[in-house]
Design a binder for this molecule. Structure first.
Ligand SMILES: O=C(CO)[C@H](O)[C@H](O)COP(=O)(O)O
Length: 161
């Protein structure tokens, strides 16, 4: 599998660690930087470049990394076609794929050890989407909103009118 990866200064060490880890598992990686430690660099350019590459390459996945992973998930989710999920334990990493068909994993490098983050990345990459109809339906609603800007109306919402 091709995995695009990007970070900022706070995620640089983990990014480099994950590139080696994922390659050792047989995956291809595309490193979107940064390539040197600059303590005042900004995450949006690296993260948006990573997310755009994932959106342009169906079947590929992405991993974005910062100190918390919050801003990285926010930025990646601005790219059409991206479903980025912040994972902080095994369940959230697995469910991001099973329920959300997330194509980008966001990690907070300051929240976990290198080894634990690598375990979360492995889980994310190895877990398939469940293909359950309820999840397909919900993701389709998000995609329709992304494309047309229309908020889906549910039975519960209609009942409040
Ligand atoms: O996680 C992040 C964004 O969500 C950044 O990595 C974090 O904000 C960087 O912090 P600092 O500039 O203080 O090193």
């Amino acid at each position: 599998m091709l995995i695009h990866i990007g970070s900022d200064h706070a995620g640089l060490e983990l990014k480099d660690h994950l590139v080696g880890h994922l390659r050792a598992l047989g995956h291809s990686t595309f490193d979107h930087g940064p390539f040197h430690y600059q303590p005042d660099d900004d995450y949006p350019p690296y993260i948006l470049q990573t997310a755009v590459a994932v959106a342009a390459g169906p079947g590929s996945l992405g991993i974005v990394i910062g100190g918390s992973g919050n801003g990285e998930a926010i930025a990646a989710n601005k790219v059409a076609g991206i479903r980025a999920a912040l994972a902080w334990n095994e369940d959230t990493a697995r469910l991001a794929r099973q329920h959300n068909d997330a194509n980008v994993l966001s990690l907070g490098a300051r929240m976990h050890s290198l080894d634990y983050s690598a375990a979360l990345a492995t889980l994310f990459v190895d877990t398939p989407f469940s293909e359950d109809s309820r999840h397909i339906h919900r993701i389709a609603m998000i995609r329709a909103f992304e494309r047309g800007g229309e908020v889906p109306v549910t039975a519960a919402v209609t009942g409040n009118l």
